[in-house]
Write a protein that binds this ligand. Structure first.
Ligand code: MD3
Ligand code: FE
Length: 216
């Protein structure tokens, strides 16, 4: 059994700096989670979670969907942002107001005022699902930060350096934690360790991560 161990502990509101431009805002999303899950429910109905295929032909273990003007997609042709969902051939659902507010206020708290994302990638992890080390390089403007929101089961995030072989810092992330990645670390390698099985009152056996980006 896994309880929401950090729901109202002393880490609420604390900040942990991970490098120049990167800061963990513990429990920053907590006041918004009800509205976030309600919005996510509508997004899923229009743009279902799916397992994309890498350019190399491997099915990703992370299930993904998107909302916003652009969505991140991967297939045999490569990684890119697309204004249309390849599954439905329609535009991705719009960014809900609560997503925009959460992303903007978190970025502001980390020293990036006026962050207006145009893309939100939603990642869903099941038991054992991992995200291997990678860089986020498909966005047009690397000056804009990426804001990430962790929901559901906890995970260990790997935060590396500018080279793939650089040593990784292990950062535990819990339901409601927000991380803002800007400045020089924006292009650092990062990943997620295999999700430990558990049960979360809000997400069941899964972890959900929202990443807000300025893609276009
Ligand atoms: C550090 N997602 O979708 S979010 C991704 O938890 C991704 O689902 C992870 O990496 C997840 O691309 C991690 C945190 C994150 C996002 C972007 C970064 C950390 C980053 C860019 C640079 C450095
Ligand atoms: Fe990433």
């Amino acid at each position: 059994m896994t309880l929401d161990l950090f729901a109202d502990d002393t880490r609420t509101g604390s900040r942990e700096f991970l490098g120049e431009g990167a800061v963990v805002l513990r429990q920053f999303a907590s006041p918004h989670v009800d509205a976030v899950f309600s919005a996510l429910h509508d997004i899923e109905a229009h743009a279902p979670f799916r397992h994309m295929v890498t350019p190399g032909g491997f099915r990703m273990s992370v299930a993904m969907t998107n909302c916003g003007e652009y969505g991140w997609v991967s297939d045999r042709r490569g990684y890119r942002y697309d204004a249309n969902d390849p599954l439905t051939a329609h535009r991705w659902p719009a960014l809900p107001e609560v997503f925009l507010t959460l992303a903007r206020t978190a970025a502001e708290a980390a020293g990036f005022p006026e962050f207006i994302p145009d893309a939100c990638l939603v990642n869903r992890y099941g038991p054992g699902t991992r995200l291997s080390l990678h860089q986020d390089k498909n966005e047009r403007d690397f000056a804009a930060p990426i804001v990430s929101v962790s929901l559901g089961l906890p995970a260990v995030f790997l935060f590396g350096g500018p080279q793939r072989a650089d040593k990784c810092l292990r950062v535990p992330l819990a339901h409601g934690d927000v991380v803002v990645w800007g400045g020089p670390v924006r292009l650092h390698f990062h990943g997620v360790m295999p999700l430990k099985a558990g049960e979360h009152p809000r997400t069941g056996e899964t972890r959900i991560n929202l990443t807000f980006r300025k893609a276009g």
